[in-house]
Design a protein around this ligand. Structure first.
Ligand code: ADP
Length: 171
């Protein structure tokens, strides 16, 4: 499995699945969540509402899957990263879980390529350097079978440069 770095808008990436940094309501929000629902159209929110009615949303560190709607990606995997509260509220473990549970759900759906945004580093305020280290470790440690390609899609220069310095290959 390759792990690569790219810059830009995750809604434009042609992969089997893109990951959304959702919130536990699954009802949409700002940042990358808003961008994914805007670009993907109403089918994604319809499926999120069905999941919410069935299981009451998505807990922090867990993940659910919907159609990609009008996106180039076939699926959206919605995961909920932790809100940063200073580091004493299991934030690191919960962020690691968000990556690992997204990868597991991808494999259950025979996904071969997946793209991650920088979960929790926007509105949720997780320190970017530490978040990148956790993201790279979670993906590197994952024992993949169907997955062949993982992309980190950085929207801002600061995150992009952090991943580059961590040695992730830019494409
Ligand atoms: P969170 O609430 O998990 O912090 P945000 O959406 O606020 O989620 O931010 C997560 C990351 O997604 C941030 O690094 C932000 O720059 C990035 N981001 C925002 N829009 C996009 C987009 N269209 N494609 C990829 N990343 C994006």
């Amino acid at each position: 499995m390759t792990i690569q770095l790219t810059k830009g808008d995750i809604t434009k990436i042609k992969v089997d699945a893109i990951v959304n940094a959702a919130n536990s309501s699954l009802l949409g929000g700002g940042g990358v969540d808003g961008a994914i629902h805007r670009a993907g159209g109403p089918k994604i929110l319809e499926e999120c509402i069905q999941i919410r009615n069935r299981q009451g949303g998505c807990k922090t560190g867990e993940a659910v899957i919907t159609t990609g709607g009008n996106l180039p990606a076939k699926y959206v995997i919605h995961t909920v990263g932790p809100v940063w509260h200073g580091g004493d509220k299991r934030e690191e473990e919960l962020l690691h879980n968000a990556y690992t549970n997204s990868l597991r759900l991808a494999e259950e759906n025979n996904v071969t390529s997946i793209a991650f945004p920088n979960i929790s580093t926007g509105i949720y305020g997780f320190p970017k350097q530490r978040a990148a280290e956790i993201a790279v470790k979670a993906v590197s440690d994952f024992k993949a079978s169907t997955l062949k390609q993982v992309f980190f899609v950085c929207f801002d220069d600061e995150n992009y440069n952090i991943y580059k310095l961590l040695g992730v290959e830019a494409v």
